[in-house]
Design a protein around this ligand. Sequence first.
Ligand code: NI
Length: 282
Amino acid sequence: MSHKHRDPVYPEGLTGVFDTHAHLYDERILADSGNVLERALKCGVDTVLVPADNEETSKKAVDFVREWDGYKGIDLYCSVGVHPHEASSYDDRTEQALIGLIAEREKHKIKAIGEIGLDYYYDLSPRDVQRDVFRRQLQIAYELDIPFILHEREATQDSLNILKEAKQKGMMLASPGVCHCCTCSAEIAKILIDMGFYIGFDGPLTFKNNKKTPGVLEICPWDRILVETDSPYLTPEPNRGMTNEPAFVTLVVEKIAQLKGADPQEVARITRENGMNLFRIK
Ligand code: NI
């Protein structure tokens, strides 16, 4: 039987690309960390933010940054927080652990809380628990003056309600965070942008059957666009089906350039600047 073999495409030629979302502590990447980071650098990706999804991966994200930051010149940052899938694991002790890490944010290069939010697609934690844990972490983000990474899937109305409630109480930063891997409609994205959010674009923007995300890109102002991989997931075309890694964020940059009729290096420059602004990196 013949077996169709494809080699991944590693586009080179860009510089100063910022992958704002890559789970580099994931087992599929961790064993090959040095090579993954070298391939990123070769493709011009020199800055990566490593997000967490529970207490354990918050520590793993911090550890990964401690171990690999500066490797061949790469600049690494991380976030800590509890994903809606993991909301059931959240208790007072978890909260204190997160607050303790954020208290040392300079040392650990922690730039955000996240991923936090609601996910009614998988419903891996009860919805009322998800909402409670989302609210608690939103409050921490506000009180500790740190942006957050929003994960929202099939829970748009409840997410908006909770965000609006925080805003009405005056408990939301002017630049609150990023709608990571935005799957909502252009109409909802517009509401988030008006609230000060950035919009994260990744692999799905490149998927041929995706009609929704290009519409979000169309209404998204240049100064709110972030690029991300969500490595090891959501691998962009033409590498779809393979393990995702930060080098492939350049495929998202190229897709944005193509859809917007812009120069890819200019897209790289702008999205980097946006990431620096949101995550307050000097
Ligand atoms: Ni993620």
